[in-house]
Every structure is written in structure tokens, then in C-alpha cells.
Design a protein around this ligand. Structure first.
Ligand code: GRG
Length: 336
């Protein structure tokens, strides 16, 4: 086992211990609801988002424990997104983290509610970071605002919306794809453009490339980005270093999803702990657009960019930066 493997394992354990404490602390909730929340939260997973929060804060002189509330909140948000993504109205998946999906165990109604409750609890838990003396209320407020922006309509949920509308795009030409989508909509929407359904106005055109970039940067990238930035903002990072950390966060966020696209084609469902369903669902992916080799090359370029951004940091403690370098490499080479 490498030093980084041991680090990941130890950090994941720490996160899990704290997640259990937070779930045990929820007062006055139906037991079936907290059971459903806990089922998905404790079903395993790499815990890379909370680990990124801690690693980034430590790179700027804070302790892992100082940012534990926000770190746990990122994992709760991630877990809610997975529960909802697996629902029959979304990807309709049976397997997640190697176990039956939440709705397969608790039913669709409770899975929806468990996701909702986790999402709400995210903000209650995150806000508690304001009571940690070494972090303070102002840094917590800045981090919380940024995290909400990254994970809502302007970020993850926006990306998921475009992803839902892009289903079929990976296997159809743009014209017949659009015709199909319009046929599925109700009359009042039938005259709207494809752009209206899928993209914010800041994205200027509806080519497969611009749609894919928007989906990837937001559906998956925004939460990874939000986690790194949470660590930095809680530590009070400002100016050029905040800019460099954002470049790092953006680049590794995109790599995470590119590699996810690659693994969907190259790895088995057993290895991934979830079903490989991109091709089946006609998803627009990096592999469907650029092929396996093109996707790998793109990931390599982004990792080089992320590492250069870390090299440029001026206020970070150099000896604490190694997990961020290693994490970038792990995102590119991961097999699960
Ligand atoms: C439903 C609002 C809403 C959003 C869903 C996260 C997401 C947005 C969809 C998940 C679809 C998906 C499987 C995307 C691939 C990237 C991804 C998030 C993989 C799972 O994350 P890992 O590999 O999982 O970190 P573990 O289990 O290790 O936590």
C-alpha cells in the first residue's frame, strides 16, 4: 500500500466516524427516515470530497478537525445526489457502492425524502463550522455561499438538468435528437429551442462539445470544485492563491468525470459498484465524442494544469501540499 493509499483509508475512516455522529444527533425524526439516510451515507465510497476539504484547509495551515462539519456536509450532499440520480425517474439504477440502491431497499417515496433530508441537513451541519474558533463565522459564511452556488441550479443541479435532456444525444444526430425531445414535451413547451431546455444563456451554442463541457463541469465538476474551494475559503485563502486553487479545483473536477466516462466503458460493474449504463442510455460522454485515447489525453493535460496551479501557490505550507498533488494523480489513474 502506498503512503497515499494509507492516507485515503485513514481519512475515509475519520469521515465515517464523524458522519455517524451527525446522523445520531438528528433529533425528532422518524427512525425509518434516518435509517434511509444512514443506509446510503454508510454504504462505502471513496469519500474524496470531504478528504479534499480537509486536505485543502490543511495546505493553508488549518487542522482537519477544524473543517470537519463542512467536510461531512460535502459527503452528505454527494450522497443525496447519488440517491436521487439512481431513482427510476433519473437513471433507474439498481446498484450503488456495491449495494442495492436506496429506492430498492426503502421504496421510491422514502428514497426521495432521504435525499431531501440529507440536502437540508447539509446546510445545518455546514453552518456549525462557524462555531469553530479557528475558522470563524465570516469564513464559514463565504464558504457556505460558494458551496450552495456550486451545488444548486448554477452548478450541480444545472449540470444534471442538461444531462437529463442530453440523453440520447450520444447515439443520435442533433436534428433527430431535438425532434425526439420536443415530442416528449407538453404543448406549451413545444416551440422552445433546445438551448431553453438544456443550457444557461452564458453558454452560447448547442454543439455536442459545448453541451458536454457544460454537463461535465457542472454535474460532477462543481461539487469537486465546491469541496476544494470550501477548504480554501474556510482557511481564509484570498487573492491569487484563491485563483490558483480554483484552477486546480476546476481541472481535477473535470478529470474526475472524464475518467468516470472512461471507466463506464473499460471497468466492470463489480469493480465500480454500480451499473455501467452510459452507452445503454445514449449518454453524451467524453468517450462518445473523443474516443478513449482522446479522453485520456485530455485528462492528462488537465492534470498538468492542476499541478502547475499548485506549484504557483505562495501562501500554502509546501509540506502539506502533497495530498493535493497525489489526489490529482489519483483522479486520473483511479480504477473505481
Ligand atoms: C440528482 C441533483 C442530482 C444530481 C446528480 C452526482 C450526480 C448529479 C449524478 C451522479 C451520476 C454519476 C454517477 C456521475 C459520475 C460521477 C460521480 C459523481 C460518480 C460517483 O462519485 P464517486 O466515484 O462515488 O466519488 P463514491 O461512491 O466513491 O462516493
Amino acid at each position: 500500500m502506498t503512503q497515499f493509499d494509507a492516507y485515503l483509508k485513514e481519512r475515509a475512516k475519520l469521515v465515517e466516524k464523524n458522519l455517524s455522529k451527525y446522523i445520531a444527533k438528528i433529533p425528532n425524526a422518524p427512525k425509518i427516515l434516518t435509517d434511509a439516510m444512514d443506509y446510503s451515507l454508510q454504504a462505502g465510497g471513496k469519500r474524496v470530497r470531504p478528504i479534499l476539504v480537509m486536505a485543502t484547509a490543511e495546505a493553508f495551515g488549518k487542522k482537519a478537525q477544524d473543517v470537519m462539519p463542512a467536510a461531512c456536509a460535502t459527503e452528505m450532499l454527494h450522497t443525496y445526489s447519488l440517491i436521487h440520480d439512481d431513482l427510476p425517474c433519473m437513471d433507474n439504477d439498481n446498484l450503488r457502492r456495491g449495494k442495492p440502491t436506496n429506492h430498492k431497499v426503502f421504496g421510491e417515496d422514502l428514497a426521495l425524502l432521504a435525499g431531501d433530508a440529507l440536502l437540508t441537513y447539509v446546510f445545518e451541519v455546514f453552518a456549525q463550522n462557524g462555531k469553530v474558533k479557528s475558522i470563524g463565522a465570516e469564513n464559514t459564511l463565504n464558504a457556505l455561499l460558494n458551496f450552495a452556488h456550486c451545488t444548486g441550479a448554477s452548478g450541480m443541479v444545472g449540470g444534471q438538468t442538461a444531462d437529463v435532456y442530453a440523453e440520447g444525444m450520444g447515439t443520435q444526430d442533433a436534428h433527430s435528437f431535438r425532434a425526439d425531445k420536443l415530442r416528449q414535451t407538453s404543448k406549451p413547451l413545444a416551440k422552445k429551442t433546445l438551448h431553453y431546455f438544456m443550457l444557461p444563456s452564458s453558454v452560447k451554442e448547442t454543439t455536442p462539445e459545448t453541451i458536454l463541457n457544460y454537463i461535465h463541469a457542472n454535474k460532477t465538476g462543481a461539487l469537486i470544485r465546491g469541496s476544494v474551494e470550501t477548504g480554501a475559503l474556510l482557511a481564509g485563502v484570498k487573492g491569487n492563491d484563491l485563483k490558483h486553487i480554483k484552477t486546480y479545483a476546476n481541472s481535477i473536477g473535470l478529470v474526475f468525470q472524464i475518467v468516470d466516462d472512461i471507466l463506464d466503458v473499460t471497468a466492470s460493474a463489480k469493480q465500480l459498484g454500480k451499473s455501467n449504463s452510459d452507452a445503454e442510455n445514449g449518454k453524451l460522454t467524453f468517450v462518445s465524442l473523443y474516443g478513449l485515447e482522446g479522453s485520456r489525453k485530455h485528462a492528462q493535460l488537465l492534470i498538468a494544469k492542476a499541478q502547475k496551479a499548485l506549484d504557483s501557490l505562495k501562501t500554502a505550507r509546501k509540506k502539506n501540499l502533497w495530498p493535493l498533488y497525489e489526489m490529482a494523480e489519483f483522479f486520473k489513474t483511479r480504477t473505481y
